[in-house]
Design a protein around this ligand. Structure first.
Ligand SMILES: Cc1ncc(COP(=O)(O)O)c(C=O)c1O
Length: 488
């Protein structure tokens, strides 16, 4: 028996009256009101014992009063049957899922429980080739869409392949929580042959993880896991086993004290976009207009940065209209100049800089950015040779890092390496030994050494070059890279 699936296609964007409810947020407020003597964790006891700087300068007393543990009225995240269950039911309806789970450890926990990062999407023929090559050994297909830069893969096409192969399609849609709520009249990113961006669930994905905190309005670290299937159902579909695992893994990977501020904020974020009173969809529409204005202002700049624009093709199916990446001579230098003017981007990289717009973006934010990009100091920066040299060094290093598998040899699996003993040795003695650590430069965030790989002279020399070019290196026994962790 196949699972009953919700229809694939354009999302139904009418406002259902039941979406006006805020079951979890209301439960948190009502429960807080009824507490007279809190002998529970957290130790700040609803703010009374909170450190003064926290209470007076960072978080309001009201927020602290609602920072509650899993009291009976507040349901249990790992066995929801009350307010959390109702909030999850409304979220599933709002996002077009068969079943949704609230998460308090970001998409990170969701992706781990369900199952890279690159600028382009995943070409459909790559998925087809992988399915053919690995056949019945494929447990699931995991696709990141949209990417950090807002590139959407052809999730619909990939879903047709995975359905035919009988394996679940998991989509890391950390950056795409808003896609379901974009209306069809919103201005989209220009590009020849691009489709309109649609959510992975509406395109037929089986399991979707979204960082609700990234593109919608919930608090940092809050996220959602959605399943296309109406669940639980008595059948043996592989999606189901993946979901059973999610319940088991989710509990292992999540704190046993989930924050009700985070959970309540997820309830509110769903309400913002699914209730007629939330105003979220109109705000998203305005954000798309701000994005279009930013794109055309940058397009008019003589000798300025250019908007990174993709046409439809291998791996690029659609673009998120709210993600704007500029091609520049030195993304880090430009970022520094922008920060000096109070403008904070989402992701500076060697030769680009990415801005994330959302329902909270205002026209004044865009005007400020455009003014700064037009300023003589930024124009000079774009022409600067020194900046270009540093960016080129980082770009070259990033390319080298991405090819690192061609020059490093693996001796055992990362799992085996994890369970073996290790010791720290001076860098010179580390060459030829097996790395016990994942050594990774940021940027670009691509590991040079993974546990179980030989530490080659080339790897060490590349790491030194990256450090000299301004990357921070994580995973060495010490930050100066004088010592490395190697297997016994
Ligand atoms: C593609 C992708 N997936 C997952 C994550 C993790 O999301 P979270 O910060 O919600 O844990 C990120 C974070 O940036 C991401 O870029």
């Amino acid at each position: 028996m196949r699972l009953p699936l919700l229809p694939v296609g354009a999302p139904q964007l009418s406002f259902a009256p039941e979406q006006d409810a805020l079951p979890l947020l209301d439960a948190v407020i009502e429960t807080s009101r009824s507490i007279r003597a809190p002998f529970f964790f957290p130790g700040h006891k609803m703010g009374l014992g909170a450190p003064l700087p926290l209470r007076q300068r960072l978080v309001s007393r009201r927020a602290l009063r609602h920072d509650l543990p899993e009291l009976p009225e507040l349901d249990n995240l790992f066995a929801a049957e009350g307010a959390i269950h109702e909030a999850e039911r409304l979220a599933a309806l709002a996002f077009g899922a068969g079943r949704s789970w609230l998460l308090v450890n970001g998409s990170t926990a969701g992706v781990l429980a369900a199952g890279g990062r690159r600028c382009l999407g995943v070409p459909i023929d790559q998925v087809e080739a992988g399915l053919q090559r690995y056949g019945s050994r494929v447990a699931a297909v995991l696709v990141v869409s949209p990417t950090y830069q807002g590139v959407l893969s052809d999730v619909g096409g990939i879903a047709r392949l995975t359905r035919a192969a009988g394996v679940p399609l998991i989509v890391d849609e950390a950056h795409g929580g808003h896609l379901h709520f974009l209306c069809d009249t919103a201005p989209v990113a220009p590009g020849v042959g691009l489709a309109r961006p649609r959510s992975a669930l509406s395109e037929g994905a089986d399991i979707v993880v979204q960082s609700t905190h990234k593109m919608l309005g919930s608090l940092t670290q809050s996220a959602m896991l959605h399943a296309k299937a109406v669940w639980p159902q008595p059948c043996h579909h592989s999606t189901l086993s993946a979901l059973h695992e999610r319940n088991a893994c989710g509990a292992q990977m999540t704190s046993s004290s989930p924050s009700y501020l985070l959970l309540g904020s997820l309830d509110a974020a769903r309400w913002q976009f699914a209730s007629r009173h939330g105003g979220g969809r109109a705000a998203l529409h305005r954000a798309c207009e701000h994005a279009a204005a930013l794109r055309s202002a940058v397009g008019r700049m003589a000798n300025g940065p250019t908007v990174l624009q993709f046409d439809g093709g291998a791996g690029v199916y659609a673009m998120d209209p709210l993600r704007i990446t500029l091609s520049v001579q030195d993304g880090f230098a430009l970022d520094e100049a922008l920060v000096g003017a109070g403008i904070y981007s989402e992701l500076p990289e060697a030769l680009s800089i990415t801005f994330a717009l959302s329902a909270g973006t205002r026209a004044r934010h865009v005007r400020r950015l455009v003014r700064k990009l037009n300023s003589p100091s930024v124009a000079k920066l774009n022409a600067g040779r020194e900046a270009h040299t540093r960016a080129s060094a980082l770009k070259a290093a990033a390319v080298a890092a991405s090819r690192s598998d061609s020059w490093s040899k693996s001796y055992c699996s990362p799992r085996e390496a994890f369970f073996r003993g290790s010791r720290s040795v001076p860098a010179a003695k580390a060459i030829g030994q097996i790395s016990a650590a994942l050594v990774c430069p940021y940027p670009p965030g691509i590991p040079i050494l993974i546990p179980g790989e030989e530490i080659t002279a080339e790897a060490v020399s590349l790491l030194h070059d990256l450090r000299a070019a301004g990357c921070s290196i994580t995973g060495c026994a010490d930050n100066s890279m004088a010592t490395f962790d190697v297997l016994e």
